[in-house]
Design a protein around this ligand. Structure first.
Ligand SMILES: C[S@@+](CC[C@H](N)C(=O)[O-])C[C@H]1O[C@@H](n2cnc3c(N)ncnc32)[C@H](O)[C@@H]1O
Length: 381
């Protein structure tokens, strides 16, 4: 046992004590290390570290030699050595275990990635995703991390369509105006401002809304109840079947007009054919596609937009997105940071408003980049 004692006592008294202790416990001179100050006094905190055999003897020795004050100091030291030291050692042990666990987990995941074929890993990821106990042991994102390098679109689609990884937090609890993320509210405010500037009353004149990547449909529900009261046609498409089913049940119960359906963002034609929508939204979706595919989606969305297209994607943390020559990959989740301005221009649209927010407006969300665009045909200059 290690004993730490805080002492501010005359050196002779301490020497007496040590002699006394050596008589009753197995303490050699080497076990006692003290620091002396010039005037034979201990100063400040001295750490005498004694390896003792029998704490009971030591306690009696202190009572004998040092009197009440020493006794109090010993008691404090005793508590320290009895409780704090083991606790600190326990913490150290936990930290060490945690590090070892992480290293082992990484090694096992790397081994699985290198030895198992993709089909087997996909099956494991799917199985694990349904058992929350195992998702922490074998995170699906980690099992398939290598896929993100050679086919990022597929990697993200697999996770979303199986409601895995970052998709898991999408539940009906997201419905409700008070739950809507601040960035989405800002987008709606921008759209309303833009429409009013065009002498369009959002609550009356907007009749149809389409959302690409609608998840459960909570943005469309907000649009229906809080923004576009006159809309009679509200359609959403998403690849996450779990979210679609949950959202549908919720919306049916709420007697909403919103329709949500399963579909692929990069292949929207089967869902919307030649329909046009007054307002088209695509928030937090384009980051899951590489540059070429994202540009193609933007072009398609513009083609189906009558009044305004509202996009939210990732903001670049160092420079305005409009200065990016090519899309960049965010390391943390393999999401893409795009130059939406260029995509709008290439897609035949006109940029009408934008907002670069390298700091996210709410905690735990990604920094957003907003763009509002209109099809060139909508309002000829
Ligand atoms: C970050 S969530 C955003 C949800 C909602 N739009 C919002 O702004 O809160 C991204 C959504 O895009 C959907 N998504 C991802 N990849 C997709 C794809 N390939 N086709 C259709 N939807 C996709 C996901 O299922 C998910 O619901």
């Amino acid at each position: 046992m290690m004993l730490y004692v805080e002492i501010d006592k005359d050196i002779e008294m301490i020497s007496d004590l040590i002699e006394e202790l050596q008589g009753i416990a197995d303490i050699s001179d080497n076990h006692c290390k003290c620091q002396k100050s010039g005037n034979r006094k201990f100063s400040g905190l001295l750490r005498a570290s004694w390896q003792i055999c029998r704490a009971g003897h030591l306690w009696r020795a202190f009572r004998l030699v040092a009197g009440k004050k020493m006794e109090d100091q010993y008691r404090a030291a005793h508590v320290y050595s009895r409780f704090f030291v083991p606790f600190r050692e326990w913490l150290r042990f936990c930290v060490l275990c945690n590090c070892m666990k992480r290293i082992c987990k990484r090694m096992i995941l790397a081994l699985m990635r290198h030895s198992l074929p993709l089909a087997a890993r996909k099956r494991i990821a799917h199985w694990v995703g349904q058992r929350s106990l195992f998702t922490r042991l074998f995170p699906p994102v980690e099992l398939l991390r290598d896929v993100a390098d050679y086919d990022p679109n597929y990697f993200h689609r697999f996770l979303w369509s199986n409601h895995l990884g970052y998709a898991e937090s999408y539940e009906v609890s997201r419905f409700g105006p008070e739950k809507l993320d601040i960035s989405r509210r800002m987008l709606f405010a921008d759209i309303q401002k833009y429409l009013r500037g065009r002498a369009i009353a959002p609550e009356r004149d907007v009749r149809s809304v389409f959302e690409c990547g609608c998840s459960l449909g909570y943005l469309l529900r907000y649009a229906e109840t809080n923004v576009f009261h006159g809309a009679t046609s509200l359609l959403g498409v998403d690849v996450d079947m779990y979210a679609i089913e949950k959202g549908r049940a919720y919306l049916r119960e709420a007697q909403s007009k919103i329709q949500i359906t399963a579909g692929e963002a990069s292949y929207l034609e089967p869902v919307i054919s030649d329909q046009q929508y007054d307002v088209v939204l695509c928030c937090g979706v384009l980051l899951y596609f590489d540059e070429l595919t994202a540009a193609r989606i933007v072009k398609t969305l513009l083609r189906h937009t009558r009044m305004v297209l509202g996009l939210i994607s990732l903001a670049h943390s160092d420079m305005h997105n409009c200065r990016l020559k090519h899309s960049e990959r965010r390391h943390s989740d393999q999401g893409f940071v795009h130059n939406l301005d260029a995509m709008i221009r290439a897609g035949g649209g006109r940029l009408v408003a934008r907002r670069w927010m390298p700091r996210p407006p709410s905690e735990g969300t990604s920094p957003p980049y907003f763009v509002l665009a209109e099809p060139r045909s909508a309002y000829p200059l």
